[in-house]
Design a protein around this ligand. Structure first.
Ligand code: UD1
Ligand code: CA
Length: 430
């Protein structure tokens, strides 16, 4: 669904001093995805097509991370109100509703954004903000309401708040919908009369009220979604919030997660039904795992990897940018990088693909039903045809090994006899 006559501005010019980092705050990652990316994605999923990002600190890096947006620069960070003013020229012909959100608040959900715009329109308001009552409101701007009527009066930032105001649990999320161009008229009137000496966007809403314009809150149904990330500690809290959502999503899809508290599944991972994820497993962004697989314990599957149906990735195994064919087993102490495995392969304990020569990465192809002996090293580029077998400790140094070859030693050499394909040999089940 695309929303008509709506645009958005993301405020992302700040340095993020409290992060103590060389990296701009909005580019820190939650489960493999930059904070800013969450904000962008959710606005787009809510139906906003045109997004302007206010950049400043390390502007070029932030721009590179926000594809499909327009940018305005805030050269000096003089506060959130000043940041929005920087976008005024870009919006000079726009009359409609404007989302203004902080680039450091990635958890505000799509449904909430939709509720904000719907409420704003239904109430015919000049401004709508998202708030939540937090058990620990420390650090947030508080919502000051009229004691009798309960109506919104203004915000007060923590640094400027009286002890009594600090006890107010209702906090400002830093996300708003404004009617344009009225908000810019208000912004031009506000003054930097606060402890930080900044132009506060929040003061524009107080001014609206003073001028008799309509301002109200949409309350978040899940208070944690308003978390703003200012510090490394906040990063952990936000990561956990998303981590649980991701885990619940996979469990709801029919994946068994034995111990969610030690399982890290990043964003955009696909896992088929009846797959079991054992404890202490990390699945990086974009990994695809089929149905009926088993992963872990103590496995790390990195980006660019596809694990086909029924395959097993066991303990102390790292797989990177590889494809593991159906019903193949990689069960113990292995590194697979840039490798493609056919189906029903058995990778012996301790097998390593040596994919990096210090300059380039090289690929390894392993045919159907190959068995590698324990501690095999496959020095890439190397290709093992179907049904190849390697002896324990074999070091296979580059090349193309024909199907059915048996290799042993260092460097590995064929021992002359070709073996029958494994499917035709009577064997006990492993
Ligand atoms: C802000 C709100 C506070 C709210 C909180 C929610 C104000 C004055 N305060 O406080 O009421 O509870 O968010 O998380 O708005 N930014 C710029 N340019 C600037 C300053 C900030 O682009 O000159 C950007 C930052 O990069 C950040 C966002 O605006 O993404 C919010 O700024 P931040 O300094 O984190 O505000 P808070 O102190 O958290
Ligand atoms: Ca913040």
């Amino acid at each position: 669904m695309s929303l008509q006559n709506v645009k958005a501005v993301i405020l992302a010019a700040g340095k993020g001093v409290r992060m103590k980092s060389d990296r701009p705050k909005v580019l820190h990652e939650l489960l493999g995805r930059p904070i800013l990316d969450f904000v962008l994605r959710n606005l787009r999923l809510a139906g906003v097509r045109e997004i302007i990002v206010v950049v400043g600190h390390q502007a070029e890096n932030v721009k590179a991370a926000a594809t499909g947006c327009r940018f305005v620069e805030q050269k000096e960070q003089k506060g959130t109100g000043h940041a929005l003013l920087c976008a005024q020229a870009e919006l000079k012909d726009f009359s409609g509703d404007l989302f203004v959100v902080a680039g450091d608040a990635p958890l505000v959900g799509v449904e909430t954004l939709r509720r904000m715009i719907e409420d704003h329109r239904a109430g015919k308001r000049d401004a709508t903000f998202l708030s939540a009552c937090l058990d620990d409101p420390k650090g947030y701007g508080r919502v000051v309401r009229d004691k009798e009527s309960g109506r919104f009066l203004r915000f007060v930032e923590e640094a400027d708040a009286t002890p009594e105001q600090r006890n107010i649990p209702e906090c400002n999320s830093g996300g708003y919908v404004f009617r344009c161009p009225a908000i810019f008229d208000a912004l031009r009137e506000i003054k930097p009369d606060n402890k930080k000496g900044e132009l506060y966007l929040t003061d524009a809403l107080g001014l609206f009220v003073a001028l008799g314009r309509t301002v109200e809150a949409v309350r978040s149904l899940n208070p944690a979604e308003i978390y703003g990330i200012n510090s490394r500690r906040d990063l952990v809290a936000a990561t956990n919030f998303i981590r649980w959502k991701v885990l619940e999503y996979h469990m709801d899809n029919g994946v068994t997660v034995i111990d969610p508290s030690t399982t890290f599944i990043e964003e955009d991972v696909t896992i088929g039904q009846d797959t079991v994820v054992q404890p202490f497993t990390i699945l990086r962004r974009g990994v695809v795992i089929g149905k009926g697989c088993e992963v872990g314990p103590f496995a790390q599957i990195r980006s660019g990897t596809v694990v086909e149906d029924g395959a097993e990735i066991g303990n102390f195994v790292e797989v990177k940018r590889s494809r593991v064919g159906a019903h193949s087993k990689v069960k113990h102490l292995t590194y697979l990088g840039d490798a493609t495995l056919g189906s029903r392969v058995n990778i012996g304990a301790g097998t390593i693909t040596a994919n990096y020569d210090g300059v380039h990465k090289h690929s390894t192809r392993i045919g159907d039903r190959v068995h590698t002996g324990s501690n095999t090293v496959l020095v890439a580029p190397v290709r093992l045809g179907a049904d190849v077998r390697t002896g324990a400790g074999a070091v296979v140094v580059r090349g193309d090994i024909p199907a059915g070859t048996v290799l042993v030693g260092v460097p590995a050499r064929p021992i002359g006899k070709k073996i029958q394909p494994l499917t035709k040999v009577k064997r006990k089940r492993a």
